[in-house]
Every structure is written in structure tokens, then in C-alpha cells.
Ligand binder design. Structure first.
Ligand code: F6R
Ligand code: MG
Ligand code: MG
Length: 365
């Protein structure tokens, strides 16, 4: 049987500042999805948050990009944003960039990761949720999970995945995409995805064409034309028998790689794997976080979640993230803690520099 998993997220208000989704907003979302389940629009759901991002994890039989599902998410965010406004929560309605819904939340502010799958006899999936970073945060870990045998033992020792995976990479500036087969085209893949501010891995497929993972790649700044908060991406991956194991997927996050985001979306900082309890970015509005929720999908029902980074074996990654934070923070307003000028294009910095434009004079030779 076919099941669609849709993870749709938005920042619609938080407490205090950009730290965390208030309980009463989570309750509104919970109620909205409960009613939708009773009406048969979705089959099953889980509402959570990663920092200031409200996450709607839903299962249904309506396929990807379904207007009913997207409308449900949009209306749910709208209701939560209305309460956020009334209660003066911070950044109320921040990610809802347009007034009226027009069939699909893509391009309207929320982030979306969805896939339709043929349920296997047992279907473990992992939902990955980030705060204070951008879609490029998945490039390095997805490479490790699906193409690096030093991360994923199965690429070497399991004939079911020994053939490798196929990557769909998006040029998020030009709005184009390319498919690359690995391991044959690993170097070509790396040539693109290493430039993570421009190229983002959208999907990964098994070599037989079956989907293995999908990430949200919406760039809020490209949609709004100015800085409106970071994109705080989400992703879904399938695990086990024919896909990387749960532990091979999580292993990629034991290295707290540097990602763009953090304070004012303008700094590089380590991506810290955390449980939901610890998805509360407070130091310099960060450092960036990632949560992983594990589910078993059973005839459209989401059984779970298990909060996968709530495990002491990720303590060292967290400790390293803290040490890297301490080190990189000492650069203050200097690169490479500060992002490059191209990456800062949509932030508040160009306006400050503009003020000085007329005071520049030619240097005499
Ligand atoms: C990063 C983020 C925060 C804000 C910062 C300033 O994604 O949301 O770091 O950019 O707190 O916020 P404003 O401009 O709303 O005062
Ligand atoms: Mg916010
Ligand atoms: Mg956020």
C-alpha cells in the first residue's frame, strides 16, 4: 500500500524572542490535526517543535503536493499565528509570507519535505528537524549517509545497498536540478554540494528508483527578497533493509559540522544533535540544532516517535559543538564566524554598508 509522509513546518511565533514554540501554539496545532484525522483528511500525525519552528508530521494517502494537505498545514499555521499575534509572542506569523493560500504552501513561507512510499513489510523512518540553519545543512550528512562507506558500513557489506544511491541536487539560485549516480559520480556530486549555499540535496533514491530521503529546500530570503529568518530545514529518510540502518543515518550527525545560520542568520556555527528537550537555542541564539524523531509506519499510521538524539552517545558531539562554539564566537563580527558577503546578501548587513557608500573615494595610484 502507498502512504505519503508530509512534514511541513513554519515559525509562527515563539517565547521569548526566537527560542521556542509556546505550549499553547502546539496545542492549537494538535487540535487542528486531530480534527483533520477525524475527518479522514490525514491518517495520523505528530506535532512537535524544534526551537521556534512548529513541525507538523503527517501521514495520509493523498500523495505529494496535495492541495488538501497543504491547506490543512497552512490553516493550522494561520490559527497558531493568530493566537501568537494576540498574545504578542515574538515573530508572530513570521514564516507566513503571503495573505491567501493558493493550493500549495511551497513559495509561501513554510518548509516542506514529503514522500510517497510503497510501505515495506516493516517501514522505519526518521524525521530530521533543524533550527537556526539553512537547507544546506543536509548536504554533508546526506553525502555521508548515502555515499560514504566510512559512515555507512552497509555500502560495503550489504549487497542490498552496495550499488549505491542516486542524488537529486537543486541549484537553489537558478531553480534547476541535476541527478547524479553514486559511487560513480561522487566527485561531481561533491563539486556541487560542497558549495552548500547554492546547491542543496533535495532527494536521494535507491538505484532502482525508490525514494530513500527528501529534504526541504525552500529559501525564505529568495521568496521574500529580504532576510525573514533562516529556513530551518526538515528532512525524512527511510531506514533499514535496503536503506541505511537507523544508526548509519544518525552516525552522520556525530560530527557537529559548521553550518550557516545562528545569530541573525549571519554566522557559521556547529550543528548540535539534540533531544527535543534540548532544542532550545539560547547561546547567541544558538548554536544551530538538529533533532531526529524515529517512527514505524504501519498502514498509514505513524507509530512513535522515539527521540533519537536523546542518547548519551551523542554527548561528545554536543560537547564538541560547545567547544567549537566557544572557539568560533571569539571571532566576533569577523569572517569566517560571519558568513561571506554573498551569503549575507539578504540579511540586515547590506543596509548598514549602504550608508557608507557615498563616503568611499578612489585610491590614488
Ligand atoms: C536566527 C534568528 C535570530 C534573530 C535575532 C534578531 O534565525 O531568528 O537570531 O535573527 O534574534 O531578531 P530580530 O531581528 O527579530 O530582533
Ligand atoms: Mg523565529
Ligand atoms: Mg527557527
Amino acid at each position: 500500500m502507498k502512504t505519503t509522509i508530509s512534514v511541513i513546518k513554519a515559525d509562527v511565533g515563539s517565547i521569548p524572542g526566537h527560542v521556542k514554540v509556546p505550549e499553547e501554539l502546539l496545542e492549537i496545532a494538535e487540535k487542528s490535526l486531530k480534527v483533520a484525522t477525524q475527518k479522514g483528511i490525514i491518517k495520523s500525525y505528530h506535532v512537535t517543535n524544534c526551537g521556534d519552528d512548529l513541525e507538523l508530521i503527517m501521514s495520509h494517502d493523498k500523495g505529494e503536493d496535495n492541495p488538501k494537505i497543504h491547506e490543512l498545514a497552512w490553516e493550522t499555521f494561520k490559527k497558531a499565528a493568530a493566537l501568537a499575534k494576540k498574545r504578542k509572542y515574538y515573530g508572530a506569523g513570521q514564516d507566513l509570507l503571503v495573505e491567501a493560500f493558493s493550493g500549495n504552501v511551497r513559495g509561501m513561507g513554510p518548509g516542506v519535505a514529503e514522500f510517497e512510499i510503497e510501505e515495506r513489510p516493516s517501514e522505519p523512518i526518521i524525521v530530521l528537524m533543524c533550527d537556526k540553519t539553512s537547507p544546506s545543512a543536509f548536504n554533508l550528512p546526506f553525502y555521508k549517509i548515502f555515499a560514504d562507506p566510512f559512515n555507512t558500513a552497509g555500502l560495503v557489506i550489504d549487497s542490498k545497498i552496495h550499488g549505491g544511491f542516486r542524488f537529486e541536487v537543486h541549484d537553489i539560485k537558478e531553480g534547476k536540478r541535476i541527478f547524479l549516480n553514486c559511487p560513480e559520480e561522487i566527485y561531481d556530486l561533491l563539486a556541487l554540494i560542497g558549495l552548500s549555499s547554492r546547491y542543496a540535496i533535495k532527494r536521494v533514491f535507491r538505484r532502482d528508483g525508490v525514494v530513500a530521503a527528501v529534504a526541504s529546500t525552500e529559501r525564505l530570503s529568495f521568496i521574500a527578497g529580504k532576510y525573514v529568518g533562516k529556513d530551518d530545514p526538515v528532512a525524512i529518510t527511510r531506514a533499514q533493509s535496503g536503506f541505511p540502518a537507523v544508526g548509519e543515518i544518525l552516525e552522520a550527525f556525530a560530527f557537529p559540522q559548521l553550518v550557516p545560520g545562528w545569530m541573525r542568520g549571519s554566522h557559521r556555527g556547529p550543528l548540535m544533535p539534540v533531544s527535543r528537550e534540548e532544542a532550545r537555542p539560547t547561546r547567541f541564539d544558538g548554536p544551530p540544532r538538529i533533532m531526529a524523531y524515529g517512527f514505524q509506519v504501519c498502514e498509514g499510521e505513524l507509530i512513535g516517535p522515539v527521540d533519537l538524539f536523546g542518547d548519551p552517545s551523542f554527548d561528545l558531539a554536543r560537547q564538541q559543538a560547545i567547544e567549537v562554539s566557544e572557539y568560533i564566537r571569539r571571532h566576533g563580527p569577523f569572517e569566517p564566524h560571519l558568513l561571506s558577503p554573498e551569503e549575507l546578501e539578504y540579511t540586515t548587513l547590506p543596509e548598514v554598508i549602504k550608508k557608507l557608500k557615498d563616503r568611499f573615494e578612489p585610491i590614488k595610484k
